[in-house]
Design a protein around this ligand. Structure first.
Ligand code: HPA
Ligand code: ZN
Length: 342
């Protein structure tokens, strides 16, 4: 018997957790898109919030990316990025989120003529404020757009130089197919030499080979998504043996047709295979929900137990870039929560 869904929802609501896969530009809600467009006098191709939401019908990653890059054009000032960040952190705090490792796409903004520091300073100000006022900690991860070339990624790393002491790592996102991780071997190596952590989207739409490359060529600390790794037994065994964290995004997978049906989501299989899976929202404003909505959707559809949910939350801290003392504190809080619930 699976537990009554409202009880499970309450368990999820209070469960302390971290988010490791959130594109801050993907938290831009339609209402905010209008606010920023008005504030910045940017014309939008939509008249109403409903029109925007109706346009969010995707059959693959690229359908989403086209509209996501279009939406980001309303972001023009450091204040915009600050407000975007704070709106996200408030939602995270309401979901019992204690920590986030936040992606941003500097090239989406520098290619529109914004200096690197506009997005970076706005987001860093929000991160400081979230820690002070909400008790939510965070780290910032700069993502390179993989549809652009490696020289552009190098230029971005150079532009980031003055902020690198406040940036935890680099990531790799955007159109996966045709843009294998090996295309970015040198810039990831350079990032590693600067002491930055490394993560990469791999195996969302791309083949298992891309996950191998992320591990062996980019030497990543985590894999973002990783769904298609399950097609390769040797790769699955490697991920399990090395304890590589996978940042899985259930509602994103459903919206982008990476899975046919939430009931068939591979998350329970990942846990059964000993993989360090986590639950994340990816682009919550576009995919239909924030962190707890992702936990609820996958838990209800696949029948995850409380123990499995607590394991996912533990994995979100052990897979984070927090130091071991901080991780231990969060794990102890999960233990206290689980003990008090049962
Ligand atoms: N995949 C690749 N690139 C992205 C995504 C994603 O899910 N979200 C934002 N950029
Ligand atoms: Zn993503």
């Amino acid at each position: 018997m699976t537990e009554h869904s409202s009880d499970l929802d309450a368990f999820i609501a209070g469960l302390p957790k971290a988010e490791l896969h959130i594109h801050i530009e993907g938290s831009l809600e339609p209402e905010q898109m209008f606010d920023f467009a008005r504030r910045n006098r940017v014309a939008l191709p939509f008249r109403t919030v409903e029109e925007i939401r109706a346009a969010y019908q995707f059959t693959r990653l690229q359908d989403f990316l086209d509209i996501y890059y279009e939406g980001a054009k309303v972001l023009l000032s450091a204040e915009d990025f600050h407000d975007l960040g704070m709106a996200y952190f408030r939602r995270l705090a309401a979901d019992s989120g204690r920590h986030a490792e936040v992606f941003f796409d500097p090239q989406t903004h520098t290619d529109r003529g914004l200096p690197f520091g506009v997005a970076a300073e706005g987001l860093l100000a929000a991160m400081d404020e979230a820690e002070r006022e909400l008790g939510v900690t965070s780290k910032l991860i700069l993502c390179f757009l993989r549809h652009l070339d490696e020289d552009a990624a190098f230029a971005t790393l150079k532009a980031a130089e003055p902020w690198l002491d406040r940036i935890a790592g680099v990531g790799l996102d955007s159109s996966e197919l045709g843009h294998p991780p090996s295309k970015f071997a040198r810039v990831f190596h350079a990032a590693g030499e600067r002491g930055l952590k490394r993560v990469a989207h791999a195996g969302e739409e791309g083949p298992p080979q891309y996950v191998w490359e992320a591990l062996d060529v980019l030497r990543v600390d985590r894999i973002d998504h990783g769904n298609r790794a399950l097609e390769d037994q040797a790769l699955t065994a490697r991920l399990a043996a090395d304890g590589v964290t996978l940042t899985v995004c259930p509602l994103s997978n459903q919206k982008l047709c990476v899975v046919d049906d939430m009931a068939a989501h591979p998350l329970p299989l990942m846990l059964a295979l000993g993989l360090k899976a986590t639950v994340n929202s990816d682009d919550p404003a576009y995919f239909g929900g924030y962190l707890n909505a992702n936990y609820r959707a996958v838990a209800q559809a696949t029948g995850l137990s409380r123990e499995a949910l607590a394991e996912l939350a533990r994995n979100s801290f052990t897979g984070s870039f927090l130091d071991t003392g901080q991780v231990a504190g969060h794990l102890a809080e999960i233990d206290r929560y689980v003990a008090a619930q049962t």
